[in-house]
Design a binder for this molecule. Structure first.
Ligand code: FE2
Length: 264
C-alpha cells in the first residue's frame, strides 16, 4: 500500500480540519500549535512498524486517525439510534479522543518511535520497512499520548482520558480494571470508550483487509504491490505531475522529506 504525496497532503488537511471544526476553547490553538510543530514527523509516520499490523507505510498514521474519527462519528450515531445515553459525553470529547488516541505512537519530543529498518535481511525477507527506535524509553501508547498532551499544556477531560487510555479495549490487559468489572459503580459512566474502541477496531480491520486479503488470495497485482512496498525508497513508479506535486509539498520545510515525498 502506497499513498501519493497528494493523498498525504489531503489527509493532513482533513486531520487539521477536524481540529478546526470540532475542538473549542483555548486548547484548540494549543492543539493546532502542537500538530503544526510536529507536522513533518506526524504526516509521514506509519501507523505501525510491521506490515502484519496496519498502515505500515509513510502517511499511514494520519490516514488511520482520520478513518477512526469518521468511524467514531458513525458509530456514535448508531449508539444514539439504539438508545445509548448521549448526555454522558460531548461531540468534542468524541473527536478529541479519536484524533489523539494513538498519539503515543509518535515517540517523544526528540525521537520518533518508528524509524527506517537498518537490518537488510529483515527489510528484504520480512518486508519490514520500520523498526522501533531504542532511544525512546518504553511507555504504552496511551500513556505516552496523554503525557505528550499534558507536557504541551493541552488539557483533556476525564472522559477523554478514559477513552484514550482504554481505546484498545480488552486487547490490552491493563484495561481490565476499567472494562472487566461486574460492579455497576466501577463501570465507565459513559459509552465513549466503547465507541472509540469500536471505531479503532473497525478502522484497523479495514486497513488489514485492504493490505492483506488481496495478497492472501494470491492476486498478482497485489503481490507486485507488496514487492514495491517492501522498501521506503521503492515507490518512484507512482507518478505525480509537477504542479500537483509542488502543491502537495508546499508545506514541507525539510529538504530531506521533500526529496522523500518527491519519490512517492
Ligand atoms: Fe488506532
Amino acid at each position: 500500500m502506497n499513498l501519493t504525496a497528494e493523498q498525504i497532503q489531503a489527509n493532513w488537511e482533513e486531520f487539521i480540519s477536524n481540529i478546526e471544526t470540532h475542538i473549542n476553547g483555548d486548547r484548540k490553538q494549543k492543539l493546532l500549535d502542537f500538530y503544526n510543530k510536529y507536522q513533518e514527523r506526524i504526516m509521514l509516520m506509519p501507523a505501525a512498524h510491521k506490515k502484519e499490523y496496519h498502515n505500515s507505510f509513510p502517511g499511514g498514521y494520519v490516514e488511520h486517525v482520520n478513518r477512526v474519527v469518521r468511524c467514531a462519528m458513525k458509530q456514535c450515531n448508531l449508539w444514539a439510534e439504539e438508545g445509548a445515553d448521549m448526555t454522558t459525553f460531548t461531540r468534542e470529547e468524541l473527536v478529541f479522543s479519536a484524533i489523539n488516541h494513538d498519539l503515543g505512537k509518535m515517540g517523544d519530543e526528540e525521537n520518533e518511535s518508528y524509524i527506517p529498518q537498518t537490518d537488510k535481511w529483515r527489510k528484504e525477507k520480512l518486508g519490514e520497512d520500520y523498526m522501533f527506535n531504542t532511544k525512546v524509553p518504553f511507555a504504552s501508547v496511551p500513556d505516552r499520548g496523554l503525557f505528550m498532551l499534558q507536557s504541551h499544556g493541552i488539557q483533556y477531560t476525564f472522559n477523554e482520558m478514559l477513552a484514550i487510555q482504554t481505546h484498545d479495549g480488552l486487547y490490552d490487559e491493563a484495561n481490565k480494571k476499567y472494562l472487566f468489572s461486574y460492579m455497576p459503580e466501577q463501570k465507565p459512566r459513559t459509552s465513549l470508550p466503547f465507541i472509540l474502541h469500536q471505531a479503532d477496531l473497525m478502522a484497523a480491520r479495514i486497513e488489514f483487509e485492504r493490505e492483506w486479503l488481496p495478497k492472501l488470495r494470491g492476486e498478482k497485482d497485489s503481490l507486485d504491490g507488496q514487492k514495491k512496498n517492501f522498501t521506503l525508497g521503492s515507490n518512484a513508479n507512482v507518478k505525480s505531475t509537477p504542479s500537483t506535486k509542488s502543491k502537495a509539498l508546499g508545506s514541507i520545510k525539510s529538504e530531506g522529506l521533500k526529496n522523500m515525498l518527491d519519490n512517492l
